[in-house]
Design a protein around this ligand. Structure first.
Ligand SMILES: Nc1ncnc2c1ncn2[C@@H]1O[C@H](COP(=O)(O)OP(=O)(O)OP(=O)(O)O)[C@@H](O)[C@H]1O
Ligand SMILES: O=C(O)C1=C[C@@H](O)[C@@H](O)[C@H](O)C1
Length: 147
């Protein structure tokens, strides 16, 4: 299987960094480019597709991804997300005076959308190996017994 990431496709196709798109054109412009990337990758076969965490906000994105694929939502607590990415400077939505509070409010707002994924995979306190094994098990079961 090959791997693609919608954030990478947006940056490659636009020739700009995501943080610059947010700063210069605003979030709605980024969301348009992100949806174009989702449309492209949704047509691929035999690929692992990583998306930005905000892809769920648009129903049509989820419809496209589910048409041809299985959607896994990798979850983590707000505190864990803060530990992992709170220090990063390339995430425009987290350039906030209180990144932990921002993560908490984004998670609360997005919770109903994340719940629309086919499978939820808890990642807090679990190693990459454990998470991968879990996803592979669910994926194999699902391929053998679709729906
Ligand atoms: N299970 C885990 N345990 C510890 N650290 C993790 C785990 N999963 C991811 N990380 C770390 O969290 C950080 C963010 O992960 P990553 O860049 O993959 O986020 P992402 O899912 O691509 O986010 P987004 O799609 O919003 O950009 C990275 O530094 C990564 O190494
Ligand atoms: O959660 C989000 O809304 C985002 C996540 C990142 O991957 C990027 O797609 C962008 O910074 C927005």
């Amino acid at each position: 299987m090959r791997y693609v990431d919608t954030d990478d496709i947006v940056e490659r196709d636009s020739g700009r960094h995501i943080s610059d798109i947010f700063a210069e054109d605003g979030e709605p412009a980024f969301r348009e480019l992100e949806s174009e990337a989702v449309c492209k990758v949704s047509k691929l076969h035999n690929h692992v597709i990583a998306t930005g965490g905000g892809v769920v906000l648009k129903e049509s994105n989820m419809t496209e991804l589910k048409r041809n694929g299985i959607v896994f939502c990798l979850t983590a607590t707000a505190e864990e997300i803060y530990r992992r990415v709170g220090h990063q400077t390339h995430r425009p939505l987290l350039q906030d005076p209180d990144p932990l509070a921002k993560i908490q409010s984004m998670l609360a707002e997005r919770q109903p959308y994340y719940a629309d994924a086919d499978h939820m995979i808890r990642t807090t306190g679990r190693s990459f190996g454990e998470i991968i094994t879990h996803i592979k098990r669910v994926f194999t079961k699902r391929i053998r017994n679709p729906k």
